[in-house]
Design a protein around this ligand. Structure first.
Ligand code: 5GP
Length: 217
């Protein structure tokens, strides 16, 4: 078997509304598996504690546009007045080296990646409710200094984003933290092996849960 045939590295896409607690879940995945977390470029200003090159590469709008014109992004999108993009090269290099890659991106970007790489695994993490997102965003704003207008802009995208959950390969809920960690690890592990055993996490199987979150929004 050639080296290329032995390479089982997968590209994982995780989307979740901001304020859904996906950061905690992804940290648990990283504790257990060697996964490269892609670092995106963004034009949004850093929040307190954000370090350039760690959470994001913080760039100007001009620099962002230059990277777009040089075809430097695997995908890019606008979200809440800011631009976000996944640098292409590190993703390709890690996959070629046999390392799984994780993209934590919103749905517009997720579907751009899926169109280019249908073998990518896409996962949507649902909040238990839209009200729970609003509570978290407001709590976070106390530290980050986000204004009410910024919170409102983020909230505006929550329902439209959740409506796209139906199109993902897998969907899970972040309600009970221990259960959510277990679900994420299971989805990661089994999807690498082709997805057998993950029937209950398919978007079709999760339809009622997605409907319920949207009905109560
Ligand atoms: P935040 O400003 O809260 O860090 O991120 C806002 C949203 O942008 C989140 O839904 C996050 O997943 C998404 N995001 C972060 N990086 C990228 C990226 O490179 N591309 C796209 N399409 N979305 C991103």
């Amino acid at each position: 078997m050639s080296e290329a045939e032995k390479n089982t590295a997968r590209l994982f896409i995780i989307s979740a509304p901001s304020g859904c607690g996906k950061g905690t879940l992804i940290a648990e995945l990283n504790k257990r598996f060697d996964v490269y977390n892609s670092v995106s470029c963004t034009t949004r200003p850093p929040r307190e504690g954000d370090k350039d090159g760690v959470q994001y590469f913080f760039v100007t709008s001009e620099r962002f546009d230059e990277l777009v014109s040089k075809d430097g992004f695997l995908e890019h999108a606008e979200f809440g007045d800011n631009k976000y993009g996944t640098p292409k090269q590190p993703v390709e290099e890690n996959l070629a080296a046999g390392r799984d890659v994780l993209l934590e991106i919103e749905p517009q970007g997720a579907f751009q990646v899926k169109a280019k790489r249908p073998d990518a695994v896409s996962l949507f993490i649902l909040p238990p409710s839209v009200a729970s997102i609003e509570r978290r965003l407001r709590r976070r704003a106390v530290d980050s200094g986000e204004t009410e207008a910024q919170i409102q802009r983020r909230l505006k995208t929550v329902v439209p984003d959740i409506k796209r959950a139906y199109e993902y390969d897998y969907v899970m809920v972040n309600d009970d933290l221990d259960k959510a960690i277990g679900d994420l690890l299971t989805i990661y592990r089994l999807s690498k092996e082709g997805g057998a055993g993950l029937e209950k996490f398919t978007a079709a199987a999760m339809k009622n849960t997605i409907d319920e979150v949207l009905e109560n929004a």
